[in-house]
Design a protein around this ligand. Structure first.
Ligand code: BG6
Length: 264
């Protein structure tokens, strides 16, 4: 069995690399010209028991709390396997003894881009199932207060900080200056986040991910054991997902979704 800390690394030259921890198939580092783009907490735990705090964990088959398992599902907390037959890292999850599905995750590293392609297959002959899927992307930023996220104007959002009330976004760009935990629905296929590392912009393109979660724990991060007290200014989560309505996957069919991150 692979160790919890086993990693797969992609190296494109020019100090452009991507590292995937097989625990949860969590992308734990993406360096472009030696500049780290992802936030991983200095208090993150790599014990193979808990999800990794930062990078890009995969949320599946549940977003949020759940009666049947851990918060945000179990995919981020299980060791994935690497398919040996391909040159591109392809990671697989399933079949597992207790569930019927297979997840395939393919990553492509380009000069200034990282592509994520994820497929969920239902191998059953007769059973359909429901799931949520989300890429929990933690972007590294010098000061979250200076970041602006576009592509959310006019969208309805569930504000988890305000008793899950539904609001409509009236701002052209969204910024974060306090505890923020919002599920934006039917968002644009593209978001641009300003003032990420080196003052650059990050473009996030998404396909088959109708929702976008914006999260920063602000000082409530102090209550999280695997998150440093002073780290909240240095991250913003912009999470592409299919979460407000579940995906219903019929027997013998596959659901596919993807995301591209691009340093601009
Ligand atoms: O601590 P976890 O399980 O990794 O979750 C972190 C956050 O993840 C976000 O996606 C949720 O909207 C937040 O409500 C949650 O607090």
């Amino acid at each position: 069995m692979a160790l919890a800390t086993s990693v797969v690394m992609m190296d494109r030259g020019n100090n452009t690399t991507c590292t995937i921890n097989l625990h949860g198939a969590t992308v734990v580092s993406w360096r472009v010209n030696n500049q780290e783009q992802l936030f991983v907490s200095k208090s993150a735990v790599f014990d193979g028991k808990r999800p990794i705090r930062g990078g890009i964990p995969i949320v599946f088959p549940q977003f949020g709390a759940w009666a049947f398992g851990p918060q945000h599902g179990f995919a981020r907390n299980i060791t994935w396997t690497v398919e040996k037959r391909t040159t591109l890292p392809t990671l697989n999850l399933g079949p597992l003894p207790f569930v019927v599905f297979r997840l395939t995750y393919r990553l492509i590293l380009r000069e200034k881009e990282l592509h994520f392609n994820i497929g969920v297959y239902n191998p059953s002959n007769d059973l359909a199932f429901n799931f949520n899927l989300l890429l929990h992307t933690y972007l590294k930023v010098p000061d979250v207060r200076r970041c602006q996220v576009n592509g959310l104007y006019g969208c309805h959002y569930i504000d988890k900080v305000l008793d899950n009330q539904l609001f409509r976004e009236t701002r052209e760009t969204v910024s974060v200056s306090s505890l923020t935990d919002r599920i934006y629905q039917n968002t644009c296929q593209e978001h641009v986040v300003t003032n990420v590392v080196s003052g650059r912009k990050m473009r996030l393109q998404k396909y088959n991910f109708p929702d976008t979660v914006i999260w920063n724990p602000w000082d409530t991060g102090r209550d999280m054991k695997d998150f440093g007290d002073d780290e909240y200014p240095n991250m913003i989560c912009v999470e592409a997902g299919h979460v407000t309505s579940p995906v219903l996957l019929h027997p013998g069919t596959t659901f596919e979704a993807s995301q591209i991150l691009q340093v601009m």
